[in-house]
Design a protein around this ligand. Structure first.
Ligand SMILES: C[S@@+](CC[C@H](N)C(=O)[O-])C[C@H]1O[C@@H](n2cnc3c(N)ncnc32)[C@H](O)[C@@H]1O
Length: 364
């Protein structure tokens, strides 16, 4: 098991260190090392965080399926039957696939107003969407390294400084929360003798549809239960549980409108005090409204203008035609970026299309 082996190697390496560190940077660092050894260490850490993620996500998925079955016994939906064939790529069980493709083609949001359908989405896409974000955050690149450095910084802090805040736009079922928890728990598990009981990783989902509300609260609980169960498991032992639920909440927004629109009032306020903003699979299905000639319109532009220095934005999607406009606007407002174009090689099993941005200065 790669996870256990790497954990042991890291424990030996960091003996005597009192503060928390980023295991990815630790394994990738050492320019003086033999390149083969460095490559081996890089591969080992990659295998181990992937193993940890798969273990974590399969438990969250199981929790969700159980919860949904219990709560929906009367609606005759067999979530197990839906999820498993999907994971085996059975085309007959993908009700969302065509709906989403059409939304992106038209540049108009898909309809997420049916709670039962949303539950199916929440289970079906859980593994892929959380994996994309997770593998992107764990990637060794200039901005992902800063994301993990922020988490490590919180783990090394005390009091209120341990709070970590995410705004997840178009965050639907709460996948971004799940992905960030997997990252945090992995880093914690590799630093197990640090006292890290109080980090509050809080995610505010901003979405067009209030129908996500009950699902989000179930995802919140599934993450907490899974994290607690890791305490005694073979993989992830010593990730002591910190936590309360209520770390994931739903708020309404519409990214087609400016931040000053009534529906965006809470989002406008949240932007002032956030570490990470995530847009996963939402920009392209709004392209018909948010794209202007060579820039971007609506709440996304206002967020680029308003965010405080240091804020990081993570965008992934199935397409990439919005990215050039997003980058042009971002550059104008003092953001630097790193995307799949700069990376050149795809992250294995990660998102094919992504842009990572950080506001480093103010141009205007
Ligand atoms: C394709 S789903 C993506 C959900 C999740 N982020 C993921 O990666 O699977 C698009 C999400 O964005 C929301 N959405 C679509 N248009 C929106 C808009 N204009 N403003 C806010 N949210 C929107 C939808 O309700 C839905 O939850």
């Amino acid at each position: 098991m790669k996870y256990k082996q790497v954990k042991k190697e890291i424990e030996i390496k960091r003996e005597g260190w009192s503060s928390c560190f980023d295991p990815v940077v630790l394994c990738f660092s050492g320019h003086d090392l033999d390149p083969k050894l460095r490559q081996r260490r890089a591969l080992s850490i990659e295998h181990s965080y992937r193993e940890f993620f798969e273990h974590f996500i399969s438990k969250v998925e199981k929790e969700l399926i159980q919860t949904f079955e219990m709560k929906n016994s009367e609606d005759d939906i067999d979530y197990n039957a839906i999820t498993m064939p999907f994971r085996r790529r059975d085309q007959n069980h993908m009700p969302w696939q065509t709906i989403l493709a059409e939304a992106v083609r038209n540049g108009e949001p898909a309809d997420f107003s049916n709670e039962s359908m949303n539950r199916i989405y929440a289970v079906q896409k859980l593994e892929t969407r959380t994996r994309y974000l997770h593998h992107l955050i764990m990637d060794f690149n200039i901005i992902s390294n800063r994301v993990r450095a922020l988490l490590v910084d919180r783990l090394n802090s005390v009091g209120d400084k341990r709070d970590f805040s995410i705004v997840s736009i178009g965050g639907g079922p709460g996948y971004d929360h799940v992905a960030f928890w997997a990252v945090l728990l992995f880093i914690r598990s590799m630093n197990h003798n640090n006292s890290m009981e109080d980090v509050r990783l809080r995610t505010r989902v901003f979405d067009l549809y209030k129908e996500w509300e009950p699902i989000i609260s179930e995802v919140d609980k599934a993450v907490m239960n899974t994290s607690a169960s890791l305490e005694t498991s073979e993989i992830g032992g010593n990730v002591s549980t910190l936590m309360s639920s209520d770390l994931l909440s739903l708020h309404l927004c519409d990214i087609r409108l400016d931040l000053c629109a009534d529906i965006n009032a809470e989002l406008c306020e949240a932007i002032d005090n956030v570490d990470i903003i995530v847009f996963q699979f939402v920009m392209h299905e709004n392209a018909s409204i948010i794209l202007s000639e060579d820039e971007i319109k609506g709440a996304t532009l206002d967020i680029l203008k308003k965010s405080r220095l240091g804020t990081i934005m993570i965008c992934t999607d199935s397409q990439h035609f919005v990215w050039p406009n997003l980058k042009t606007a971002a550059k104008l407002h003092g953001w630097e970026f790193y995307s799949n174009l700069e990376r050149k090689i795809n992250i294995s099993f990660g998102p094919k299309q992504f842009v990572l941005l950080q506001r480093t200065h103010r141009n205007s």
